[in-house]
Write a protein that binds this ligand. Sequence first.
Ligand code: UDP
Length: 240
Amino acid sequence: MKKVDINKGEALYEGKAKIVYATDDPSLVIQHFKDSATAFNAEKVGTISGKGEANAMISRHLFEMLETKGIPTQYVGFQPPTDLITRKLDMLPVEVVVRNVAAGSLSKRIGYPEGKPLKSTLVEFYLKDDDLGDPLLTIDHIRELDLITDSQVEALKKLGLQINDVLLKFFLECGLRLIDYKLEFGVADGQIYLGDEISPDTCRLWDVGTGEKLDKDRFRQDLGGVEEAYREVLKRIESN
Ligand code: UDP
């Protein structure tokens, strides 16, 4: 566990779930995880008590584990309970969604019932644009909009599948089925790094035994027990 002492500077950016602060080292930033939650492109807004702490610690654990498996991540260290020290990245303007089982927007798009396993893992690209509702992108859209290069597309697909191999196995050991999740990547010194967060805000995680949802769908669908679900995921991850 890397704990790093570094001073928090001005806020550079405030998003729906995090605030990014400058530090006295220009190559590093601090990501502060908030308890606030949004869904459906910020149409639904709320607070999940303890979420910031749980998501910071879950992301920290997963980034550290991915590093040991050779995945370059932004993670540098943490300042408990809610702050991660991360490499400052130029974020790529796409979100990468990895899917093992049909759910959410994929179920709606192709008519698969939620929970239907996919023949093989899907890696999809979405435009980061709230005004447009983050639409799905084809490779031709990516080229037309000059979002990322073809070689970056290939690199992100490869990284998505490598990350999936590690996460699927790890979550299964925690008694969790990794249904789908969103990744964000950025560039520093010409290299691609995994950025943002991996947490129950950005993953669908179902209990292996009961099928119970232990992720943000509890908030999206008003299922109750949201805080408990995030705490349960953290507990299982920390005891593995
Ligand atoms: N996701 C996310 N942020 C987004 C969109 C999706 O973290 O802006 C995650 C979401 O939690 C799920 C996966 O990516 O684990 C796939 O989401 P989907 O496309 O099914 O969209 P949704 O149904 O969540 O709108």
